[in-house]
Design a protein around this ligand. Structure first.
Ligand SMILES: [Zn+2]
Length: 179
């Protein structure tokens, strides 16, 4: 059963797309995370950029779909592959508000993404350097570039506030997945 639904107190941010950089793309992922909160999901969002274009945008939907694999990154990777008609995303960059978990780190490798950029490192479940580093498997033949810490404070605040308010309405035991 779902706990009491919280109103999201954060507004979306609309950055200029004139000179799209990592920060600009991360704001788009941040806006996806806000969409997640508005649907009473843990606020994690992702977008995928390729050749200057956003080819996927998704947010966590585990609760609404009752699907433990419905993480923002997985949904975005599926969308991106459909958008370009190829499962190989080797010219694409994934922007996500929290460091990918084991499943999503694995999916990033299997999709042959060029880069993953995340905001908040996750020392508990992050597998791109936080808790473990799947991309550094010794015999892996795909090189995945990683950048962490883009818009970290903003994305961390969103997550921490969500869990703090959830705890206030639902009591202790709300899983913060390492935050
Ligand atoms: Zn994940």
């Amino acid at each position: 059963m779902r706990a009491h639904k919280l109103e999201c107190p954060f507004p979306k941010v609309y950055p200029s797309r004139l000179s799209p950089d990592d920060t600009c793309h991360m704001w788009l992922a941040y806006n996806q995370a806000i969409d997640a909160w508005r649907e009473d999901e843990v606020p994690i969002g992702a977008v995928i950029e390729r050749g200057g274009e956003i080819i996927a945008a998704a947010h966590n939907q585990v609760e609404s779909t009752k699907d433990p694999t419905a993480h923002a990154e997985i949904l975005a990777i599926t969308q991106a592959a459909a958008a370009i008609g190829d499962w190989r995303l080797n010219e694409a960059t994934l922007f996500v508000t929290k460091e990918p978990c084991p499943m999503c780190s694995g999916a990033s490798l299997m999709a042959r993404l060029k880069r993953v950029v995340f905001a908040v490192a996750d020392p508990k479940m992050g597998c791109l350097g936080g808790a473990s580093a799947l991309h550094e498997l010794p015999r892996i033949n795909h090189r995945l570039e990683i950048t962490g810490g883009i818009l970290e404070a903003e994305c961390r605040e969103l997550l921490q506030r969500f869990f703090r308010e959830k705890r206030q309405t639902s009591g202790p035991g709300v899983d913060e997945t390492g935050l």
